[in-house]
Design a protein around this ligand. Structure first.
Ligand code: CA
Length: 431
């Protein structure tokens, strides 16, 4: 109850330490015992069941279109209403959950509407019509490029446009969903013949995903200066990758089966308004780098200082109660291309984005070994294994390994903002 905003009647922890105080209020979809899937707002260690609040008449101040969208089982309808509606909802949630507001605090439905988050199983926040994956970290692109093309780590286009490919939306799963090791074609040497079997070089990629709120009509690009107004919020994404499959299949059209067997999404969508205190300027391009073309040029605070952490816990660590081992920590502000530039570039040729579309950043890596966002880089193709808390070494993921991604923002004098977790356990391949 020590937030500048005056605190909530829900316990949000000393100094908002949980990162889910009134300054955050992320939205998501949870499955509740006996109620099915509900749109929820996370506050402290509770989830507010929005439909229950609507049905009790406590969202009467909201526009009826907003109220109606909150009774659905996905966020798509609410997301499509646009930034004014998102802000109206956020403001009303702040009011209802503030310590001084008795409406819900003293109402008979209070306990039914405020569910402990451990009793609420996170689902995907929305239906995802399309998923695009970028490659926008210069550290990641340079590291991976230098492993495969030491003479020319970055191809000539890389610093002129945010490189991306159209990914697979049907296999995006919610945090906590086990992920099966894929089978695929791999080659022992660089040029076949291939064999078919379980991928050996299974990896994760720590990424940030932008979920689109309002899209754009076909043929009408979104300008870089307005791009963030279209973004409903950010989530964490684990873009699981089979490196041996990827190496054989990726030329000439890019990633395919190495990436489409599963991608895991965290459940709580953190709004850009909540992240505003952590928006930082896009730095000047390093000397020698080209200036972005005018349609990609922007100024101001367009990057976000979000701490991104990856940990791994093996099966034996989990059964022994050994804490997961931190593998990397990096800030999202290290990106070369911003989300605004990704949105502007994606739509610049006329492509239409829709509510719920997912634009992922690509692996977020920083300049140091400890800030590399996938095992391919972190272990440098397996040549520098890392040691887990149980003493075992990892070059790539083993069956039973749980990958845990967390993200948060914190700085002196600012509210802590948490994203929650994106978890997944690697299951053996189907025999
Ligand atoms: Ca990726």
């Amino acid at each position: 109850m020590s937030e500048a905003s005056g605190g909530s009647w829900i316990d949000t922890g000393a100094d908002g330490e949980l990162g889910f105080g009134l300054d955050n209020l992320p939205m998501g979809v949870v499955a509740l015992e006996g109620r099915g899937e509900r749109i929820g707002v996370r506050v402290g260690s509770c989830v507010m069941d929005c439909r229950a609040v609507v049905e009790a008449g406590l969202f009467a101040r909201l526009d009826s279109r907003i109220r109606d969208s909150l009774t659905r089982t996905t966020l798509n309808g609410f997301m499509a209403l646009g930034q004014d509606a998102w802000r109206e909802m956020r403001g009303e949630c702040r009011r209802l959950l503030s310590a001084a507001t008795p409406d819900l605090r003293d109402h008979a439905i209070r306990n039914a509407a405020m569910i402990p988050q451990w009793g609420a199983s996170l689902r995907l926040p929305c239906e995802i019509p399309d998923y695009t994956d970028f490659y926008a970290s210069v550290h990641h692109a340079t590291n991976v490029g230098s492993m495969f093309r030491p003479d020319q780590p970055l191809l000539p286009n890389w610093k002129h446009l945010p490189i991306g490919y159209h990914g697979r939306a049907s296999s995006i799963v919610a945090t906590g969903t086990p992920v099966r090791r894929p089978k695929g074609q791999t080659v022992a040497q660089d040029a076949g013949p291939p064999t078919f079997g379980p991928a050996k070089l299974m990896d994760y990629e720590m990424e940030v995903g932008a979920l689109m709120g309002t899209g754009n009509p076909l043929g009408e690009p979104i300008s870089v200066s307005r791009a963030l107004d279209h973004v409903f919020g950010l989530v964490l994404l684990n873009d699981w990758s089979a490196r041996d499959v990827q190496k054989w299949e990726y030329q000439p059209l890019g990633p395919f089966l190495a990436k489409n067997f599963a991608s895991s999404l965290s459940g709580w969508v953190v709004s850009l308004d909540a992240l505003a205190p952590y928006a930082v300027p896009v730095p000047a391009r390093p000397a020698g780098d080209p200036e972005p073309l005018p349609y990609l040029r922007h100024e101001g605070d367009r990057l976000f200082d979000v701490q991104l952490e990856v940990s791994i816990a093996s099966t034996s660590m989990r059964s022994a109660g050994t804490p997961a081992t931190r593998i990397s920590l990096v800030s999202f502000k290290e990106m070369y291309w911003s989300i605004a530039q990704m949105v502007a570039h994606h739509t610049s040729g006329g492509c239409n984005l829709r509510a719920g579309d997912l634009l992922a950043s690509g692996t977020v890596s920083g300049p140091t070994p400890e800030s590399r966002g996938c095992l391919l880089e972190r272990t440098w193709r397996g040549t520098q294994p890392i040691t887990l808390g149980d003493g075992t070494e990892r070059k790539f993921l083993q069956d039973g390994d749980e990958v845990i991604m967390r993200a948060w923002c914190e700085a002196p004098g600012k509210p802590r903002i948490a994203f929650g977790e994106c978890r997944g356990i690697v299951m053996p391949a189907i025999v």
